[in-house]
Design a binder for this molecule. Sequence first.
Ligand SMILES: *[C@@H]1O[C@H](CO)[C@@H](O)[C@H](O)[C@H]1NC(C)=O
Ligand SMILES: *[C@@H]1O[C@H](CO)[C@@H](O)[C@H](O)[C@H]1NC(C)=O
Ligand SMILES: *[C@@H]1O[C@H](CO)[C@@H](O)[C@H](O)[C@H]1NC(C)=O
Length: 417
Amino acid sequence: MKQRRSLSHIALALLLCPLALARHHTRHPSGAAEAQGGQLSDGVTSTDLHYNDGSLLKELHPPPTSPQNVTVDLNLPICHDFGRTGKFTGQWVDHPDRNFRQHSACPKWAHDFDCDTSAGPSDKNPALLASEYRKVFQPDECNLRPWDTQGFDTCMKGRRIIFVGDSMTWQMYTSLACLLAPVTETGVGVTWEKSNTTVTGEYKGREWNEGRHIMKQYWAQVKLKNGGELIARCFGRFNGTLWDDVFAELGPLTERDVIIVNFGAWYPRFNYYEIRTPFEAYKQDVREIFMEKLAKSPAQTIWRINSPSHFGGHTGTFTAIEQMLMPEGVPKRQHCDPVTVGEYWFRDAVLQTLKECGEPCKKIKLLPVFDLSLARHNSHHGSFGRGRDVDMTDCRHFCLNVIDWWNILLYSMMCFP
Ligand SMILES: *[C@@H]1O[C@H](CO)[C@@H](O)[C@H](O)[C@H]1NC(C)=O
Ligand SMILES: *[C@@H]1O[C@H](CO)[C@@H](O)[C@H](O)[C@H]1NC(C)=O
Ligand SMILES: *[C@@H]1O[C@H](CO)[C@@H](O)[C@H](O)[C@H]1NC(C)=O
């Protein structure tokens, strides 16, 4: 085991170099990579990705080892009670099987977030897809339980998972619905207005003027074969009345139900056209969600820590600032750069609120997806040329290969408390 460990550390050290290199190239036309292979020392092989702007990305692969040992370092304990601080660090390593793909067949009630679909023909990037979808996450301090569809199904017997939040919450629902497709009986996943919901009124966001309404986005209801249910209710910003109306329709909650909630994308840190910063509204909304909703619910409650998505700009600022102030318009960005500054303020605000709330909020768990998602800027939709239709690269939504790991974390947290 020691041997494997040191080997994977070598591979990792090598792997970090190309990431640093990639940082300096802001343009990687995603349709234009060409791959070339090579053999290095110690059985490490490499793939060179040449982009048509002249930049080069070197992907290094450790020698194959036995697949069942992928994320299992025998020196580490099983991950347990890991959601307390919102931090959870680790490394992405190549799966030893060169052909491994973090990929599930998605049913019709859970589609649209896989990066190998829907991009135009010139955006297809098989080399990037192969290297990105091969990565698996090894936490620094413990081993996650490996994903087990049957195991999750058993854990879901007679329970409901209710996802509430914005489009990134919808992604997490989508990933889980894909992972659980083999044990699913029926499902509906539609935009809000196509659903049968009775929640059809208008609600306004905190700090918004009368007349500006929260966008109600997605709606899903999935029945597993053993009676478990996945439910998704997605809308851009939180409103207490909207929350209550949504939950009234779902009927009484029990302590077996699980609510997973997160908002963030619609609360940019800075925004020139809103008089008070949306982030002030975020802090108040988080307080209301925690103290008035989650702490008082009989259900198990999980706040999904924000992801390190680029909320428009590198530092989480909203690019509308640039768009409006640049007469020529913002140049198209065809690649998602790493988050350079962090966006830790979302997590800090959440931790502060939990501290203030104290005992009543003790049962709220944090699903710590920030750190593990941080390195995956090459697995955004924009990295694969998706979401360019509005002159902006979509560097907000991750591909499902990353989001799947949010649900692998959920499996450990929810099913082995
Ligand atoms: C893989 O793990 C098993 C225990 O699960 C161990 O016996 C074996 O030696 C490991 N193989 C390698 C190559 O580390
Ligand atoms: C709404 O209800 C009708 C009638 O029960 C059903 O045919 C339809 O599939 C439902 N649509 C959704 C999105 O649930
Ligand atoms: C939530 O929406 C309702 C209905 O539009 C509105 O009356 C209320 O003021 C909103 N809440 C906040 C905090 O803005």
